[in-house]
Design a binder for this molecule. Sequence first.
Ligand SMILES: Cc1cc2nc3c(=O)[nH]c(=O)nc-3n(C[C@H](O)[C@H](O)[C@H](O)COP(=O)(O)OP(=O)(O)OC[C@H]3O[C@@H](n4cnc5c(N)ncnc54)[C@H](O)[C@@H]3O)c2cc1C
Length: 462
Amino acid sequence: MAEQFDVTIIGTGPGGYVCAIRAAQLGLKVAVVEKRASHGGTCLNIGCIPSKALLHASELYYEAGHSFAKMGITAAPSLDLPKMMGFKQEAIDGNTKGIDFLFKKNKVTVFRGTGVIAAPGQVKVGAETIASASIIIATGSDVAKLKGIDIDEKRIVSSTGALALDAVPGHLAVIGAGVIGLELGSVYARLGSRLTVIEYLDRILPGMDAEAAKAFQRMLQKQGFAFKLSSKVTAAAKAKDKVTLSIEPAAGGAAESLEADTVLVAVGRVPYTEGLGLDAVGVARDAKGRIEVDAHYATSVKGIYAIGDVIKGPMLAHKAGDEGVALAEILAGQAGHVNYGVIPGVVYTNPEVAAVGKTEEELKAEGIEYRAGKFLFLANGRAKANQTTEGFVKVLADAQSDRVLGCHIVGPMAGELIHEVAVLMEFGGSAEDLARTCHAHPTLSEAVKEAALTVAGRAIHA
Ligand SMILES: Cc1cc2nc3c(=O)[nH]c(=O)nc-3n(C[C@H](O)[C@H](O)[C@H](O)COP(=O)(O)OP(=O)(O)OC[C@H]3O[C@@H](n4cnc5c(N)ncnc54)[C@H](O)[C@@H]3O)c2cc1C
């Protein structure tokens, strides 16, 4: 007789594991199924956490070689890449073990193996059958492939291979100027690689505020990034220790070739539903392969739900986790909800780029009248003291009501600074609310306050 659960979650990435813990907190009997050896999904094993560990370590290496001297610190750093990879692995292990602990603490039952939905209410894992009132698909996403380019995870790598290179490439070509390409490109540029980023569109960071992306591109160019925009890679030929890429203008035209030691394919991610048995049970997907859900994360089949990268919306860990909480609450009879208008996005480079709410382009397209207040870190005392003055904060507020509609930051600690604006937006706050809130001096956060003051044309330090 199969053990009966209230909820069975397939996949223990940030969507699945957070959902499991919240459901258990609410008194539901919860099972999870995971096929990977450790919990935490893409994010903890081959995504957010390892990339941030390498970004942190490589930034300190670079700073030690380039910025310490001007502060009167003499250092001659040398690189031990295997040890740096060990530091990354410790970050992964520390985080994934934390989930084992949380599952035990919350009495979540773990099944190891590939989960297959045999029927509504039934999940098979190998020879075992789990009976469950609700089934949640949280199987995440996988690397998007590029036609004609064969990822071998050695010379031509995805983000997964890029997180585990055994040597710093002399020349790294990155296909795709999105978040993952620019973050991992940064890691190896700091460690000494020459970097070329090839992007199909005529801009970097598609979807982010254009002014912020443009300013950021200039900063990356100063760091040595070379960009080939409006360009498409059509083929990659591998020789013994080189890869030759064929690159054509996006609009068509003569091809040129580019030789690199390593190629990183970072053209996005696709929903992952392989082997789940969705066709047999009739779970509907859209043209992009994402599982279709209603406002309560219910799929087309009663009793089967989906959250995270496998459904529509930004492919972000915190979006997946918030959906997990909302769905657990809905299943427990509460009013779970995610505010998709206030989901921050961060690029963890140096400087960082962070955004929440609407971009100027979106506001214009929607015909919303707005006022923009921009403040440069150049005029911020703390940034001046630290000599990290590149970038700005831009606050966008409704022209009539002054309600904050978006914020875009390029600059030091942008990924932390963005959150006061996210909280303000959750409460429907105005630029004046932000501007009248006392901010400690000297902090980078004062630049956020000054940007809010600038909305009304009354910044003090500009
Ligand atoms: C290099 C990189 C860096 C990133 N950096 C960030 C970042 O800084 N911030 C951010 O917010 N996001 C980042 N992301 C994105 C983030 O990792 C994802 O948005 C997030 O992991 C999605 O969570 P999820 O729970 O939906 O799915 P996933 O994390 O993909 O987890 C899905 C899990 O389901 C398991 N699974 C799949 N099918 C089955 C099955 N049939 N049976 C059992 N188990 C199954 C998989 O093994 C996996 O463990 C990054 C991604 C990458 C690749």
